[in-house]
Design a protein around this ligand. Structure first.
Ligand SMILES: [Zn+2]
Ligand SMILES: [Zn+2]
Length: 240
């Protein structure tokens, strides 16, 4: 019995004070936030100073315009997107720990970073995660966009909107598809029900924005007037 109690105490200690960083595995690092060491948090790269006001892609300095050529030519169906970090090594490591090592207690820390870049947005009424189908959630065992959206809703004191948008059919994985195919792949894949006037769409990583666009269209078809978007990391299409 004493053995069992000792084991349980050790397990509890490992849960609250993980023995090693979930992102880099360093067992000597001592300062942890959500199971990740200070050095790993600090290795999350900073965003470029000049970014598109609409889709948040880095603009080549000196930036003459406030939006990128693509957004000026064909504005996306969402009002604007903000991201917290480029999807480069440091951010990738921490997100990987979040998604694949069961570190759902990382969600509040990632959500706090993301919430801090949303200050320029007008007030939003609900945080809606980019949905996954039941099969996708079962296969991954985790729904990172949902975890982030839930924490964002708590931080901003707004409605949790995971029931407002559904993925109604399976799609091919976007990673590896050429850009034009990505928009076709997700077209009509989402359906919204009675969203409020102003919605915040939440995802973990954004690449082409095609999934966000399909979601924003579905929300607007169902009556939303403004759709803002937030994703923790921004990958550029060629970085996949
Ligand atoms: Zn670490
Ligand atoms: Zn843009």
């Amino acid at each position: 019995v004493i053995r069992l109690i000792q084991d349980a105490a050790a397990a509890a200690e490992d849960f609250f004070f993980p023995p090693a960083c979930l992102a880099c595995g360093d067992g000597r690092a001592r300062m942890f936030e959500g199971g990740v060491c200070t050095r790993c948090w600090e290795s999350i790269p900073k965003l470029a100073a000049e970014r598109c006001e609409i889709c948040d892609v880095p603009l080549r300095p000196p930036a003459a315009a406030i939006a990128c050529g693509k957004c000026l030519q064909t504005p996306p169906p969402f009002e604007a997107l903000k991201t917290a970090a480029p999807y480069a090594v440091g951010a990738r490591k921490v997100l990987h720990a979040f998604k694949y090592r069961g570190a759902d207690y990382l969600a509040p820390h990632l959500a706090r970073m993301l919430a801090s870049v949303l200050r320029d947005f007008p007030p939003v009424q609900a945080a809606v995660p980019v949905p996954a189908t039941r099969r996708e959630i079962r296969e991954k065992g985790f729904f990172p966009a949902g975890e982030l959206a839930r924490e964002i809703a708590i931080l901003l004191s707004i409605e949790r909107g995971e029931d407002l948008l559904r993925k109604v059919r399976e799609t091919d994985r976007q990673v590896g598809l050429p850009l034009p195919r990505r928009f076709e792949n997700v077209r009509g894949a989402f359906e919204a029900t009675a969203p409020p006037e102003t919605v915040l769409l939440v995802d973990d990583v954004v690449t082409s924005g095609s999934t966000l666009s399909a979601c924003a269209k579905a929300l607007k078809r169902a009556g939303a007037r403004f759709v803002f978007a937030a994703a923790f990391a921004r990958a550029l299409p060629e970085e996949n």
